[in-house]
Design a protein around this ligand. Structure first.
Ligand SMILES: *Cc1c(COP(=O)(O)O)cnc(C)c1O
Length: 408
């Protein structure tokens, strides 16, 4: 049956929306419930991508919906000219969760949180009368879409068409200890890294590498900025991924899942570093407004009630075991990567896009990276039964004759 509603939406989108997303996956959702989304095509989809690590509580979570509705009825926005109760409460909660950082700044997105980190790092050294401009980031990293954050992003495809870029950024191969030792010196302002590179195929930093990075920063006084926009919010089985590396960075950015779908980002810093901003140095109209902070507080409450960080770890382990069994059985999976519910499945054949399309036909939303990797970032409320059903269909898709004979 033809989906006329979808057809009309696509025509309108193609006529009026800038062509930044190209041809999108041809589905449009009307509502969701738990880990399921429902489309204009009347089909039900299991959401294994969670709005790219955003819908941590799934869809239509009662606590979150009630908190948003009740805050909206009271006060949606009032400006940071005034004190904001949910903002102050959320600031305290996030500082506690960070286990060692002391101050926050709220923004509206991951890119904005990272942009604030870049400014704060420069501000910190400027105030110390030791001006430093150099940032070192990793090749194949991803840090956002503003001019400074596309420059921090170590992938030319995001920034070469927008030159001139802000100066001072250079790139090192990820997980290469010698390269980072050679790159960091007493002129380095900060090193900015993800602990698992999400956009380039779910690649984890090794413990030895991060220890070496911390050592280089300590030696030279350079700051360490960890981008937890994707890995944070319990995604990897600890609230922040850096806890699993036994480090406390100088600054951490967090966004995606924090508001459960309501846009909010945050930069968290050590006291000494936070002094790099004095009144007037930075600001925001929307960042940390009552609505977004009430949503984030409800998300964190739900985490406490449902033990979702622990769930991400145990469900992640269960999922990886199940995928490991599929690997053994089919021989069509090269590697299973990631931590907790941040999972990358590298296929033996370059069929990731086809596999993603077959998943969609069968009622599953997954993401593909390049030609070989399937990425999963499901809501943290995922259950074993959901994983079992998903894996059963994954085997069928992988072993389907339409897919396997693809030529390399
Ligand atoms: C998504 C992402 C960003 C950018 O966040 P936006 O909210 O899209 O600006 C930055 N860093 C990482 C690691 C991300 O995954």
């Amino acid at each position: 049956m033809e989906d006329l509603i979808l057809k009309e939406i696509i025509e309108q989108d193609e006529k009026y929306y800038m062509n930044t997303f190209g041809k999108r996956t041809p589905v449009c959702f009307t509502h969701g419930e738990g880990i399921f989304l429902y489309g204009t095509d009347k089909k039900k989809y299991m959401d294994m991508i969670g709005g790219i690590a955003v819908n941590v509580l799934g869809h239509n979570n009662k606590r979150l919906v009630d908190a948003i509705a009740s805050q909206a009825a009271k006060l949606i926005h009032c400006s940071n000219l005034y004190y904001i109760k949910p903002q102050a409460e959320l600031a305290e909660k996030i500082v506690c969760l960070s286990k060692g950082l002391t101050k926050v700044f709220f923004a509206n997105s991951g890119a904005e949180a990272n942009e604030a980190a870049i400014k704060l790092a420069r501000g910190y050294f400027e105030k110390k009368n030791d001006p430093r401009v150099k940032f070192i980031t990793a090749i194949n990293s991803f840090h956002g879409r503003t001019l400074a954050t596309i420059t921090a992003t170590g992938q030319e495809k995001y920034n070469k068409q927008f030159r001139p870029l802000p100066p001072g950024f250079s790139y090192v191969p990820y997980n290469d200890i010698k390269a980072i030792k050679d790159a960091v010196d007493s002129d380095t302002c900060a090193v900015m890294l993800e602990l698992i590179q999400g956009e380039s195929g779910i690649i984890s930093a090794t413990k030895e590498y991060i220890d070496a990075v911390v050592e280089c920063c300590k030696k030279t006084g350079a700051l360490l900025i960890i981008d937890e926009v994707q890995t944070g919010m319990g995604r990897t089985g600890s609230f922040f991924a850096y806890e699993q590396y036994n480090i406390v960075p100088d600054m951490v950015s967090l966004a995606k899942g924090l508001g459960g779908g309501v846009p909010i980002g945050v930069l968290i810093a050590k006291d000494s570093v936070a002094n790099g901003f004095v009144p007037g140095d930075h600001g925001t109209t929307f960042g940390g407004n009552p609505l977004a902070c009430a949503a984030a507080l409800a998300v964190l409450d739900e985490y406490d009630q449902k033990h979702l960080v622990e769930a991400a770890k145990s469900m992640g382990d269960y999922f990886k075991d199940a995928l490991g069994a599929i690997r053994e059985k089919t021989g069509l999976i090269k590697e299973i990567r990631g931590k907790g519910l941040m999972i990358g499945i590298e296929l033996v054949n370059p069929n990731a896009v086809k596999v993603k399309e077959r998943f969609l036909e069968k009622g599953y939303l997954v993401n593909s990276i390049g030609s070989n990797v399937i990425r999963l970032l499901p809501p943290l409320i995922l259950q074993k039964d959901d994983i079992d059903i998903f894996c059963k269909d994954f085997v069928e898709i992988l072993t389907d004759n339409l897919i396997t004979p693809d030529k390399q």
